[in-house]
Design a binder for this molecule. Structure first.
Ligand code: DAH
Length: 340
């Protein structure tokens, strides 16, 4: 028995050298210490030992088993360490490698200019109102004094959604909605998207406008010009001036086109202002009595001015962009030049 144990111990010691991983460790346990392992089976051989030697042999077997178990524990700790080191090596991160960076986005130039415009008007006490992009004929045209067969409807090539429902062609219906919902004094700005069946280098089927409406007692065209002076000076440069030219819109009387003195050449004449010294920037006028009446505002008590600005146009002027398409193609090479 003693010999047997000694050779088994030698066998186990030799086997230890071959155990390199968890799987081999489990097999090792099975082979030596499992229920049918070599050391467990020694006990079954006790019955072949003469009775008087059995207690002694039993003790020797137990000790051998304990020794084998201790060997196993030691081996198991070593394997755990090896596995941990292997895992660490697999998962190692080289913190000196350069990181992969995501390119930072930036605001769209239209958003930048829209925000700047809102900032200037907000500084003058305007509130923001946003109306629906799908409008009824009534708000988009009729109550703005553009009746069904009015020739002015031709000025705005309209997308019809249904018989009397349109994609709003301008932000002016915002005027009607505001006057419907609040009494003067009114001082609002209506920024938003508008839609027209129109497309070339300076027109897009979807573009942005900013409507302004001021209604109170004693408002005149002079108030419009005074306010617009402040606006263009904040937006373009402190020395620009405005000029009003007579125009026609059904919802204002009188109506004006507003020019700003060319901020590129100072009014001498250049390619931006086409040699005239002036650049057209918006339309406006004194709110038509009929429009006030259509909204339940008494035109004998109140008067107002309104204006509509194309945000794309202002953006193109500010940045010297000559094709409106660039603003909607979303070419990153174009857009990344406008980091605010
Ligand atoms: N709604 C006009 C357009 O889209 C712009 C406009 C002109 C708005 C005069 C106004 C205004 O409020 O008074 O062309």
């Amino acid at each position: 028995m003693k010999q047997k144990i000694e050779s088994l111990n030698a066998q186990l010691s030799a086997a230890i050298a071959n155990v390199q991983n968890k799987e081999q460790l489990a097999a090792f346990w099975q082979e030596y210490l499992g229920k049918k392992g070599h050391y467990s089976l020694l006990m079954t051989e006790l019955r072949n030992v003469p009775a008087e030697e059995r207690p002694q042999a039993g003790k020797v077997i137990n000790e051998a088993k304990k020794w084998a178990e201790a060997q196993y524990q030691e081996l198991s700790a070593r394997i755990a360490q090896i596995e941990l080191e292997a895992q660490n090596a697999r998962e190692a991160v080289d913190i000196t490698m350069p990181a992969t960076r995501r390119p930072a986005g930036s605001l769209h130039p239209i958003t930048i200019v829209k925000d700047q415009m809102i900032d200037v008007f907000a500084g003058m006490g305007f509130e923001i109102y946003e109306g629906p992009e799908i409008e009824d004929d009534d708000h988009n045209f009729t109550r703005l004094n553009v009746h069904k067969n009015h020739p002015a409807r031709d000025m705005q090539d309209t997308f019809y959604v249904a018989d009397d429902i349109v994609l709003r062609t301008h932000t002016s219906p915002g005027q009607i909605r505001v006057m419907d919902s609040q009494q003067p004094p009114i001082k609002v700005l209506v920024p938003g998207r508008v839609f027209r069946s129109d497309s070339d280098a300076t027109h897009s089927p979807m573009f942005h406008q900013m409507e302004g409406l001021v209604v109170d007692k004693g408002i005149t065209l002079c108030d419009l010009q005074g306010m617009l002076d402040k606006f263009v000076q904040a937006l373009f440069s402190a020395d620009v001036k405005t000029r009003l030219r007579p125009s026609y819109f059904p919802f204002t009387e009188p109506s004006v086109e507003v020019d700003v003195s060319c901020f590129a050449c100072g009014g001498k004449g250049c390619s931006l202002c086409k040699g005239t010294g002036w650049i057209e920037v918006l339309g406006g006028g004194v709110v038509h009595r009929q429009v006030l009446q259509n909204c339940g505002v008494d035109p004998d008590v109140y008067s107002g001015f309104a204006f509509g600005i194309g945000i794309e146009r202002i953006t193109m002027l500010k940045y010297g962009i000559n094709n409106m398409g660039y603003l909607f193609e979303n070419d990153v090479r174009f857009l990344k030049q406008f980091k605010d």
